[in-house]
Ligand binder design. Structure first.
Ligand SMILES: [Zn+2]
Length: 443
C-alpha cells in the first residue's frame, strides 16, 4: 500500500469513526471477511444440566422435513447420490423414521423414501455403466444399495434387503483391483473408503455381516498397498499417502483421514495383519503431527508449507478438524492413547470458536457439521459441556443472525449441504447417546 493510499485511508478511518454508517461500510470493505459468525453463545458451566425442550425440537424438525419433501418435486436433482442428490433425502426420511416419537409419520416417510429410491436406483445404475463405477458410495450405486437395504429392513421387506445386499456384495470384487479408478481409488466419495463405510453401516444397522472378513481384509490390504506405493513414489513423510485428481487431500472428503478411519474401523484386518496395522497407525500419527496450534488440519499437503490466511482457513467436515476428528476419535477407541483424545478436544475447541459457518446449515461445510463434532465428543467423553454446545449450535440455525446472513448452499435440501443433513443432526440432539454423522459412526 503506497503512502498516499495509506494517508487517505487514515483520513477515511478518522472521518468514519465519527460516523457509524460510514464505519460499517468501512468494516465490510477492509476488515478480513470471516467464514464464520463470531461465537457469542453462552458456554456451559460445570454442573449445569442441559435442558432440551423435546416438544419444541419435534415441531421444528417435522416442519423442516416437510420443507424438504415439498422441495423434492421441483428443487432436488437425482444427480449427486447420497451426497447432494435426492437419494440423500431418502436417507434422511429413513433416519427420522427410526425415531420412535415420529412413528406416526413412519409409513408416509418410508413411502416417499422408497419411491425416490426406486427412481434413483435406475438413474444411478444407468449412469454407472462400467463395473468400477458401481463402487461409488456417496455419489453412486453402492450408496443406493445401502439405502435400499436399510429401507427394506425398516419396512420389513426381506426380499428388498437381500436384493440390495447381493448387489452391494457383487461390487466388492471391483474394489480389490489395484487402481480400479484412474483418479484415486481409495477415497470416500467414489473409492474404497466409501464402500467400506457402506458395509460398516449395514452391519451395524441391519445386523448382517455383509462382507466376510476375507473380503474386508482384502479391501483394506489394497488400500494399504495403494497408499504405501504412492507414498514411496512421492517420497511422502507419511507412510501412507493418497491423491485424488492429483491433490493429496487430508480431510474427510477425498482425504487421508477418512481412508485411515475406515481401515481402522475393520478390526479383523488390524488383527490379521499387525504389520500393516502399525503402518496405518504411523500414518495416523503423521497426520496428528500436522495439527495446527489452534487444533485444525490443512485441506491438503501442499498447504503444509504455506498455509492459508486466517480468513481463508477451512474449518469444515470436508476439509479441516471437524472431519479429521472422527479418525482421531476412532484411533482413541482402538489404541486408547490419550494423545488422540487430546487432539479431539482441540478440534472441538476450534469448532466452538470458528464453527458457526456462514456457508449454511448443512453437515459438510455448515453449522450442523460443526454441531456433530460436539455430539461425537459427548459420546466419547460423557461431558455434558459438549451436549450443551451441540444444542447451542442447533438453536443458532434458527437465530435471526443466521437466517439473515448465512448463504444458501448450492443444494439447499440435500443430505450433506442442506436441510436433510441438518434434520439428522437435530434429531440426534434428542438421542445424543446414539448420535451419528451419516455413514461415519465410529462407536
Ligand atoms: Zn463440504
Amino acid at each position: 500500500m503506497g503512502p498516499s493510499v495509506e494517508s487517505a485511508l487514515i483520513y477515511y478511518v478518522k472521518t468514519a469513526s465519527r460516523q457509524p454508517k460510514l464505519l460499517k461500510v468501512l468494516k465490510i470493505w477492509i476488515m478480513p471477511r470471516r467464514r464464520f459468525f463470531r461465537n457469542q453463545l453462552p458456554d456451559h458451566s460445570p454442573g449445569d444440566a442441559v435442558l432440551i425442550d423435546k416438544d419444541w425440537w419435534h415441531g421444528q424438525i417435522l416442519a423442516l422435513v416437510q420443507t424438504v419433501t415439498e422441495a423434492l418435486s421441483s428443487n432436488v436433482s437425482q444427480e449427486g447420490g447420497l451426497y447432494v442428490g435426492s437419494a440423500g433425502i431418502a436417507y434422511m426420511l429413513y433416519y427420522v423414521s427410526t425415531y420412535e416419537p415420529f412413528y406416526q409419520h413412519k409409513a408416509n416417510y418410508i413411502h416417499i423414501a422408497q419411491s425416490i429410491f426406486k427412481r434413483d436406483l435406475t438413474f444411478t445404475e444407468r449412469q454407472s455403466s462400467k463395473p468400477a463405477d458401481r463402487v461409488s458410495f456417496l455419489l453412486g450405486p453402492s450408496g443406493l444399495y445401502t439405502l435400499g437395504a436399510l429401507l427394506g429392513k425398516l419396512s420389513q421387506k426381506e426380499d428388498m434387503v437381500q436384493d440390495n445386499i447381493n448387489k452391494f456384495k457383487a461390487v466388492a470384487s471391483e474394489c480389490i483391483k489395484p487402481n480400479f479408478l484412474g483418479c484415486g481409488s481409495d477415497e470416500l466419495f467414489v473409492g474404497r473408503a466409501g464402500f467400506l463405510s457402506g458395509a460398516l453401516t449395514l452391519e451395524k444397522r441391519i445386523g448382517i455381516k455383509v462382507l466376510d472378513d476375507d473380503t474386508i481384509n482384502s479391501i483394506c490390504r489394497a488400500m494399504v498397498m495403494s497408499g504405501a506405493e504412492y507414498s514411496k513414489r512421492k517420497k511422502s513423510k507419511s507412510p501412507l499417502m493418497y491423491a485424488y485428481y492429483d491433490t493429496e487431500y487430508l480431510g474427510a472428503a477425498h482425504g487421508l483421514s477418512s481412508i485411515l478411519q475406515m481401515i481402522i474401523s475393520c478390526p479383523s484386518f488390524l488383527t490379521a495383519d499387525p504389520q500393516s496395522a502399525q503402518v496405518v497407525r504411523n500414518s495416523v500419527d503423521w497426520l496428528l503431527s500436522t495439527q495446527t496450534p489452534d487444533g485444525n488440519f490443512v485441506p491438503a499437503t501442499d498447504e503444509l508449507v504455506s498455509s492459508r490466511s486466517e480468513s481463508e482457513e477451512l474449518v469444515h467436515w470436508c476439509h479441516g478438524a471437524p472431519g479429521v476428528v472422527y479418525l482421531l476419535a476412532k484411533a482413541y477407541l482402538v489404541w486408547q492413547d490419550e494423545r488422540y483424545l487430546q487432539a479431539c478436544i482441540a478440534c472441538a475447541e476450534l469448532t466452538w470458536n470458528k464453527g458457526l459457518l456462514k456457508k449454511g446449515p448443512g453437515i459438510c461445510h455448515g453449522v450442523a457439521g460443526s454441531g456433530y463434532v460436539f455430539l461425537l465428543l459427548y459420546r466419547l467423553t460423557d461431558n455434558k459441556k459438549y451436549l450443551h454446545r451441540a444444542v447451542q449450535f442447533g438453536r443458532f440455525i434458527f437465530s435471526e443472525e443466521f437466517q439473515a446472513e448465512a448463504k444458501t448452499p448450492d443444494n439447499p435440501f440435500s443430505l450433506y449441504e442442506g436441510l436433510a443433513g441438518t434434520v439428522c443432526f437435530m434429531l440426534d440432539l434428542l438421542q445424543p447417546d446414539r448420535a451419528e454423522f451419516p455413514f461415519f459412526d465410529i462407536f
